[in-house]
Design a binder for this molecule. Structure first.
Ligand SMILES: *[C@@H]1O[C@H](CO)[C@@H](O)[C@H](O)[C@H]1NC(C)=O
Ligand SMILES: *[C@@H]1O[C@H](CO)[C@@H](O)[C@H](O)[C@H]1NC(C)=O
Ligand SMILES: *[C@@H]1O[C@H](CO)[C@@H](O)[C@H](O)[C@H]1NC(C)=O
Length: 492
């Protein structure tokens, strides 16, 4: 464009208040050909609006339309869901139910296209169920927008090198196969097909590990490998013993277990806009009240899975002006129900954000609600703990949460601190949400698994042999994997 034209445009914009520079539209949902997810998503940011200047008008005037052609008809089936964070930013999610050609995403504000809308794609946009793996892992990893820094993975894999998995699996079975108390599955990936053999009485949770492995294998050819996934919450491999490679959903300072994102977070990724309603995206628009309108109290609900949770009830009862705390179920301490009950009905997770502060106390292990609390936009008061999820290593006390001693002895003081330092507390909520948006969204959860399994495959060297194992098939779904880049896709 010539300078003269630019100046004209500037003047025009000045006169008509066209300020489309004010609106930023970004996110993985704008690369729908390469980044396949159960629910794709992107962000719309009105940079000139804040929580203070936000009005519902903004939401009303913002219209997102997504459409394309399917093989059989003029339109493909797409469901769009706009989440209003009520601070001038929006999350748009969409789920496609069949392969869409000529997909077009239109972002309109006040009936005019904004940013670079319309976004048009001519490659086929596949739903997550399509079994169309990209052949070359590293190319896929880059195109999928995955990061290259995973300190927790480095740390977890450090004790292991050049493993003969046949021997390792035998050792794991010998040591940990106690059917009443532990359950785990031995998985094998060979030629991008999945096999498993499970041990223990309660193996129903293998549906979660099956789902993420199958979902990844529909996107990219996973390298051949074998691994053992623990289906219980407690990590297994104590540091006083020799390291054995067991993948678990929760890690601890006292164990060697290799940490994966929890089944809860992973399921909320794979069932986004599906069976699961609470996830790190939906929770960002769940709060009814603006920060200033929230109760300056700390809220907590949960079951009696740890003694400190009973202590929390005592503390709350002694300080009713600071806390809204109840147990919702008695199982571990049934004999104390008279003292700490009666149990109260569950409240919706979204209701937690009617309060400024949310307490996170361990359950049997780390409380898996942490990702949703971080994304939710309140201040987390987090109990110090040896247990951790895959991302805790990147969190800092006072930056992303307020730390609480393990015995909760400073909890009252910390709540008072938050009340007296509202600006600082508010800043912590923003840091926490930013962290969630950079590390805990569906794209990140998928990338973490991919990075972990890729690095792992380099360590488990032995030839994979899937004899005596059950074949776990991909769900059947009718799909044509033809692509504008035929070289990258498996011929099916
Ligand atoms: C922000 O920008 C939008 C679009 O340009 C405009 O309609 C809106 O009035 C602006 N809001 C504020 C608070 O300046
Ligand atoms: C929106 O854009 C502004 C200006 O670039 C930035 O400061 C802010 O962090 C963005 N908000 C979100 C939620 O991304
Ligand atoms: C605690 O929170 C619940 C849910 O918001 C509310 O119904 C209840 O009245 C609160 N209790 C007190 C004592 O404020």
């Amino acid at each position: 464009m010539y300078l003269k034209d630019k100046i004209h445009l500037l003047i025009l914009c000045f006169l008509t208040q066209c300020r489309s520079d004010d609106i930023i539209v970004t996110g993985p949902g704008l690369s729908p050909v390469d980044i396949v997810m159960p629910a794709r998503y992107f962000f719309i940011n009105f940079t000139n609006v804040s929580e203070k200047t936000y009005t519902h008008e903004l939401n009303k005037k913002l219209i997102v339309g997504i459409d394309g052609r399917s093989g059989a008809s003029k339109h493909c089936r797409v469901w769009v869901n706009k989440l209003d964070r009520k601070d001038g930013t929006f999350i748009v999610r969409y789920k496609i139910y069949e392969t869409c050609k000529d997909l077009s995403i239109q972002v309109l504000f006040d009936r005019k296209h904004v940013a670079n809308s319309p976004y048009n794609f001519n490659g086929p946009v596949h739903p997550d169920q399509c079994n169309c793996p990209v052949k070359e892992f590293q190319k896929w990893f880059k195109d999928y927008g995955c990061s290259h820094e995973y300190k927790q993975i480095e740390k977890d894999l450090k004790p292991f090198s050049n493993l003969d998995m046949k021997k390792q699996v035998n050792k794991i079975v010998d040591k940990y196969h106690q059917p009443e108390s532990t359950s785990f599955c031995h998985y094998a990936v060979k030629n991008n097909k999945l096999y498993r053999k499970c041990y223990g009485k309660h193996v129903g949770f293998n549906m979660f590990s099956d789902n993420i492995l199958l979902s990844l294998m529909r996107k990219v050819n996973l390298p051949d490998m074998e691994l053992v996934i623990n289906l219980g919450d407690w990590p297994l491999v104590q540091k006083r013993d020799k390291p054995l490679p067991v993948f678990s959903w929760c890690g601890s300072d006292e164990t060697y277990d290799i940490v994966m994102p929890t089944y809860d977070l992973t399921e909320s990724t794979l069932e986004n806009m599906g069976r699961v309603t609470l996830d790190t995206l939906s929770v960002q628009s769940g709060a009814e009240l603006a920060w200033d309108a929230r109760e300056s109290q700390a809220v907590w609900r949960g079951r009696d899975s740890r003694a400190e949770r009973l202590k929390l009830v005592d503390i709350a009862r002694a300080n009713p002006d600071l806390f809204n705390v109840s147990l919702t179920n008695f199982f571990f301490f049934r004999d104390k129900e008279a003292q700490y009950g009666p149990k109260q009905p569950h409240i919706s997770f979204f209701k937690f954000f009617d309060f400024k502060y949310q307490i996170n106390v361990d359950g049997t292990v780390a409380a898996y609600r942490m990702p949703y609390l971080l994304a939710g936009g309140g201040v987390i008061l987090k109990q110090d703990s040896p247990y951790y999820e895959h991302f805790y290593g990147q969190l800092s006390a006072w930056e992303h949460f307020i730390p609480i001693k393990r015995d909760l002895s400073d909890l009252v003081d910390r709540v008072k601190w938050a009340q007296e330092n509202d600006e600082k507390a508010r800043k912590i909520t923003l840091n926490a949400r930013n962290f969630a948006n950079e590390h805990l969204l569906p794209q990140h959860v998928i990338c973490y698994h991919a990075a972990l399994f890729w690095e792992w495959s380099k360590i488990s060297k032995s030839e994979v042999n899937a004899e005596d194992m059950t074949t776990i098939s991909q769900p059947s779904f009718d799909c044509n994997c033809e692509s504008h880049r035929p070289n990258n896709r498996e011929d099916l």
